[in-house]
Design a protein around this ligand. Structure first.
Ligand SMILES: *Cc1c(COP(=O)(O)O)cnc(C)c1O
Length: 346
């Protein structure tokens, strides 16, 4: 049995999703003539109570477009030090927008309104870059799937209003937060200027992200997407996968969360595990005694794939293609690994 816990991006379309793809009605989306893309964009805009949504090939491109919409070259955005936009988008913040990042040391990838306020450069102090955008992530990726307290998100909105800053949510895994915290998309739509959401993580579509915002800010989004090379033709095939995903794969995220918590419970009983970070959603970050790479290699020889994250941290991510059968096998494997270790150490 092969069990892939590297990321929730490894999923492949289900039979039903493939049917939706094959049966999609398509057109040229660069001319905005693809009915499936138009439907997806309308549906997602409505879910968030915003006027506009635009389909992107990747979450990175959606975030990069949002940053470009909110900033001018030379300006600065505020983000957590773990932020995807800073760490995992190839330096796009500076490459695409000529913007620098003021990084905040948050808790599990989450920052506070007070930290944001303290990080804003005074606009009349012309020696510093002009702060123009706050960018937060929910759930956090490098922070281990942590979910924000919505009250803190609202407090940051107030700070942005007080200082005339844009407010962008990197919501690649916002769906997981909505399920874990019993929140809804509209409350996010009310607070943020722009939101990016991924269809290709927990929701299991092969590709696609959507950027959401009101008409004023989104007016230029299609041009920026074109500049970034993201204008796509008969991409309704993938929009159909996305539509299928939002209709059928959101509620089931709770199963991924349950399994993640159960893995955490087992890890906590294993003597070679030295720490397990809190598990809010589908990401498990933990540390072990001894050589991590050895553990990774050994599990790989048993068919279980996952990554080390550096700094001694290891990560499992549960997802649509991680089945109950795999889950039961994997939990047993973890326990037997521990038994073997104990025997060896005697
Ligand atoms: C995955 C992810 C993205 C987008 O990644 P792509 O691979 O470009 O689709 C953005 N932000 C976060 C937090 C992510 O986890």
């Amino acid at each position: 049995m092969k069990i892939d816990l590297r990321s929730d991006t490894v999923t492949k379309p289900t039979k039903e999703m493939l049917d939706a793809i094959v049966n999609a009605e398509v057109g040229d989306d660069v001319y905005k003539e693809d009915p499936s893309v138009n439907k997806l964009e309308e549906r997602i805009a409505a879910m968030f109570g915003k006027e506009k949504a635009l389909f992107f090939p990747s979450g990175s491109m959606a975030n990069q477009a949002a940053i470009k919409l909110h900033t001018q070259p030379g300006e600065q955005l505020i983000a957590d030090q773990y932020a995807h936009v800073y760490n995992y988008e190839g330096g796009g913040v500076s490459f695409n927008s000529g913007v620098s990042c003021k990084l905040i040391e948050g808790y599990r990838g989450m920052i506070t309104a007070a930290q944001v306020e303290a990080s804003i450069n005074p606009p009349d102090f012309y020696h510093s870059p002009l702060t123009s955008l706050v960018c937060i992530e929910n759930t956090t990726n490098k922070g281990g799937g942590a979910c924000y307290d919505f009250e803190e998100i609202k407090k940051m909105r107030k700070v942005c209003d007080d200082h005339g800053l844009g407010y962008h949510l990197d919501g690649a895994r916002l769906w997981n937060a909505l399920i874990a915290k019993k929140e809804n998309a509209k409350q996010y739509g009310e607070v943020f200027d722009t939101i990016s959401v991924c269809l290709s993580k927990g929701l299991g579509a092969p590709l696609g992200s959507v950027l959401i915002g009101n008409s004023n800010i989104m007016e230029n989004a299609i041009r920026i997407r074109k500049v970034l090379g993201g204008g796509m033709r008969q991409i309704g095939f993938m929009a159909a996968a996305g539509l299928y995903a939002i209709e059928n794969h959101i509620d089931r995220l709770k199963d991924d969360h349950t399994r993640a918590k159960e893995i955490g419970q087992v890890l906590n009983t294993l003597p070679f595990v030295t720490g397990v970070e809190p598990i809010d959603t589908n990401i498990i970050i933990f540390t072990i005694q001894g050589d991590e790479q050895e553990f990774v290699n050994e599990m790989e020889s048993k068919g279980v794939y996952f990554y080390g994250m550096g700094q001694g941290k290891l990560r499992f991510v549960t997802h649509l293609d991680y089945t109950q059968e795999q889950h039961e096998y994997f939990l047993e494997l973890l326990v037997s690994h521990h038994t073997k270790k104990t025997v060896q150490s005697i």
